[in-house]
Design a protein around this ligand. Structure first.
Ligand code: GDG
Length: 768
């Protein structure tokens, strides 16, 4: 929503910012679809027109506040300019306008912008994310334009980025940008915030596969992803799990080689600005005039952008029902309905306007008297002071969107009720409903509910109004827009710190050369290799994972060198390991150390207890097999495991959480332990872990070279136990106690090949 107004304040041009030295915490770069202002030309004269709207007022309040002055070296805003480049250049050259943040304008071709903004953003994402799936226009040219404009943002911004910059990307028009920027700047600090709802997976999955995957991958390029409510966070995590196969752990995701955090940050308002504006003499005067003109009739007020998500038709139906059902209120109240023009180039919006105006005509036609008209309809933009005056004059604010990411009008109304008078009726489908529980919450499609809420609000005693408002006002004051920004930025800094802590070095040529040199000079080597996911890839069934010729050949080559002691250390049962590898001169460790066979020795079992403990656990796991198609139980001597690798992605994971919970309670105060493995939940006899076993073998051997490779959570025990004594390598990226990582299981044999290549080979080749 835009407001015209005289040019005030100052614009510091971005060229000026570019030249300034970077100090303190670096720069904050806000990126949104549009810039927070526009330029209007009248002849030779240019004037600046500030934009209003939720995002703009939130960030501007933060920029204008004192809290960040000592922290940020610079503040910049990047967005598409809706004015010609020449006008901007003239504005810069004249030094006429100043603002306290820098500007990076982006100029986008008009047709391209139309397909990107009116097309993909507002005819695909907007309706779908607000659950209006029937309005979605699945046009591939829209998606192509969306990709191109997001790319243009990335291409423009990437060369300007400095190492300490914090980039904060806003909203649904720029969901691909985090990834596109990350591709160009691996280490960039990137936050993303979605201002509209993220829909449930069942809605999101309606998008064509390429679109929906690109959108998720796009957003996942950020380090921190923020939403308004807990529900939107859950919906997003569910879609990421189902479509990208990435599971979360307490709002954290390990995505590719990075930790990504997803959390909720319900946007606040500039509370003091609204609360204090209510006592501005000009506002008070306007407010009095409104009330006097209406002869002290009760006032119901609403203000919305013209949009189908705002529930204007349902609201009018509810109001009409109210007039029908509660005739005693006729002529004692008026409904001031202010609609703000919006997106008028999209046909669906114009049709909506016509429908609403017809409905208003019907209501006024049915109920008006000579001296009274129930609906006062205005289709225009209000000045800030007019808006506050109306908020103040209103006895009731009727805010009933069918879906809304948050809805700032509801919060602003509450803040503006400084006198303690006023009742908020709010749709339970607005994000704001989760914070404003003292409002009268309604289902906007339930006309009877809307009507009875209106009577309840009109008749609410003053003390009750005051109590409800006070509770909501305190909450809004405590988490205002400044706290919102600070909270987001603090978490972004934290995520970056955590990423640094858990950074594992990717095994590159230089590191490999060091390891190889050490290997070649060593006389007594220990090589510990995990089996599944390391020596062999995962298979559908554990019994199918027999070693192929390449694995056998590698193990033969390793063991043929008398200086090598090769240990295959696994959670597998004794009989599988013996059948597949028993004939080779290897040390075999089964079930994490519960059984082992030293090279050329015989199998030894360290536990001899009856199998009875498995009965109860098997019974529970069988229930989970029935409840989760594709899962199965594997039994080993000292372990019983429930595998869910072959189940429906989301279902398997969610059942595994239930099973973990049930089993953890069951085995309390026993000698058993539950392990949350790679698509498997295992219960085993406690006291054996790969770490203790590996350390024991290595200590007995007293080697001068130790290499340890593994992929699973149980291998982390080895990495930790052998820290400082071994070269430890984790297969697949992710948080690990290992020194190095390699990207996939397919790289394990080539790595071992390079390690043992004869000295004659001049240099180490890069890994595939
Ligand atoms: C998104 C999400 C989310 C409205 N009419 C006038 C006017 N306004 C101002 C209000 C308020 C803002 O515009 C509207 O805020 P909303 O929250 O309702 O919606 P959007 O900004 O369109 O959109 C939304 C928000 O982002 C923030 O995350 O809450 O759910 O859709 O500040 O005061 N201001 C003036 N005259 C008007 O006529 N001066």
């Amino acid at each position: 929503m835009d407001s015209t107004g005289p040019l005030t304040g100052a614009l510091l041009f971005w060229s000026h910012f570019w030249n300034k030295a970077c100090i303190l915490m670096g720069r904050l770069i806000i990126i949104s679809n549009r810039l927070p202002f526009s330029l209007d030309r009248e002849g030779d004269k240019l004037s600046i027109r500030q934009s209003s709207g939720g995002l703009v007022s939130a960030i501007k309040s933060y920029f204008e506040s004192n809290t960040n002055k000592d922290q940020l070296s610079e503040k910049l805003w990047m967005g598409v300019a809706d004015f010609p480049q020449e006008d901007w250049e003239q504005a810069v050259a004249s030094h006429a306008f100043r603002q306290d943040f820098g500007i990076i304008p982006l100029y986008v071709d008009k047709d391209l912008y139309d397909n990107y903004y009116n097309g993909f953003s507002n005819s695909v994402l907007w309706p779908l994310f607000h659950y209006f799936s029937s309005l979605v226009e699945y046009e591939s040219r829209f998606f192509d334009a969306y990709v191109r404009v997001n790319q243009q943002f990335a291409d423009t911004l990437a060369p300007l980025l400095q190492p300490d910059d914090q980039v904060w990307i806003h909203d649904y028009q720029l969901m691909l940008l985090p990834h596109l920027l990350r591709q160009k700047k691996q280490d960039a600090t990137i936050g993303f915030f979605l201002h509209i709802p993220f829909p449930s997976y069942e809605i999101f999955r309606l998008l064509p596969t390429e679109w929906k995957k690109s959108l998720l991958q796009g957003v996942m390029g950020a380090d921190l992803i923020g939403f308004h409510t807990y529900d939107y966070v859950q919906h997003f995590l569910q879609s990421v799990k189902m479509l990208l196969g990435v599971e979360s752990y307490f709002h954290n995701l390990q995505y590719q080689d990075r930790l990504v955090r997803i959390d909720l940050f319900p946007i606040g308002i500039d509370y003091n600005k609204f609360y204090q504006a209510a006592s501005d003499p000009e506002v008070l005067d306007m407010c009095n005039k409104i009330r006097n003109n209406l002869e002290d009739k009760k006032i119901i007020f609403s203000v919305d952008r013209l949009d189908y998500t705002k529930g204007l038709s349902s609201r009018l139906n509810g109001f009409e029902y109210f007039l029908d059902r509660y005739p005693e209120w006729r002529e004692k109240m008026v409904f001031i309905l202010n609609i703000v023009p919006s997106r008028s180039s999209i046909p669906a919006y114009l049709e909506r306007k016509k429908m609403i105006e017809e409905k208003i005509g019907t209501i006024n036609g049915r109920f008006s008297t000579i001296s009274w008209q129930p609906v006062i309809y205005r289709y225009n933009h209000l000045s800030f002071k007019e808006l506050i005056a109306l908020y103040q004059a209103a006895d009731v604010a009727l805010i009933t969107p069918l879906r809304d990411g948050m809805n700032l009008v509801a919060k602003e109304y509450v803040a503006s009720c400084a006198s303690g008078r006023g009742v908020l009726i709010l749709s339970e489908l607005a994000g704001a409903a989760s914070e404003l529980s003292e409002a009268i919450l309604v289902n906007p499609t339930d006309t009877a509910d809307v009507a009875s809420s209106i009577t309840r609000a009109l008749a609410m005693p003053l003390y009750e109004q005051r109590n409800r408002l006070a509770l909501m006002q305190r909450r809004l004051q405590e988490y205002d827009v400044i706290k919102w920004v600070n909270d987001f930025m603090d978490q972004l800094t934290q995520v970056k710190q955590e990423q640094k802590k858990q950074q594992v070095k990717v095994l590159d040529d230089k590191a490999l050369t060091t390891i190889r040199r050490h290997y070649l000079n060593a006389k007594n080597r220990c090589i510990l290799l995990d089996y599944d996911g390391t020596l062999v890839p995962f298979t559908r069934l554990p019994s199918e994972a027999s070693p192929d010729n390449a694995v056998r050949d590698m193990l033969s080559r390793l063991t043929s060198d008398a200086r090598n002691h090769v240990i295959v250390i696994s959670g597998r049962d004794l009989s599988s390991l013996d059948r597949w590898l028993g004939a080779m001169p290897l040390t075999l460790v089964a079930e994490h150390g519960a059984s082992f066979k030293m090279r050329n020795g015989t199998w030894q079992q360290l536990v001899s207890v009856s199998d009875l403990w498995k009965d109860e656990i098997r019974r529970i796991m069988q229930l989970f097999v029935i409840r989760c198609a594709g899962s199965f139980i594997e039994e080993k001597t000292n372990t019983i495991a429930w595998h869910y690798r072959n189940t429906q992605t989301g279902l398997g994971f969610s059942r595994s959480r239930e099973l973990l919970n049930t089993l953890s309670q069951l085995i309390q105060n026993t000698t058993l332990q539950v392990i949350d493995g790679n698509k498997v939940v295992e219960v085993r006899i406690a006291g054996f872990d790969k770490g203790a076993t590996a350390l024991k073998i290595v200590n007995e051997q007293d080697p001068d070279f130790v290499l340890c490779i593994g992929d699973d959570t149980t291998d982390e025990d080895m990495f930790k136990a052998l820290e400082g004594e071994a070269y430890t390598i984790k297969v697949n990226n992710g948080a690990s106690a290992a020194q190095y990582t390699i990207l996939s299981q397919q790289q394990v044999l080539p790595l071992l090949n390079k390690l043992i290549a004869p000295l004659a080979e001049p240099q180490v080749q890069p890994l595939n």
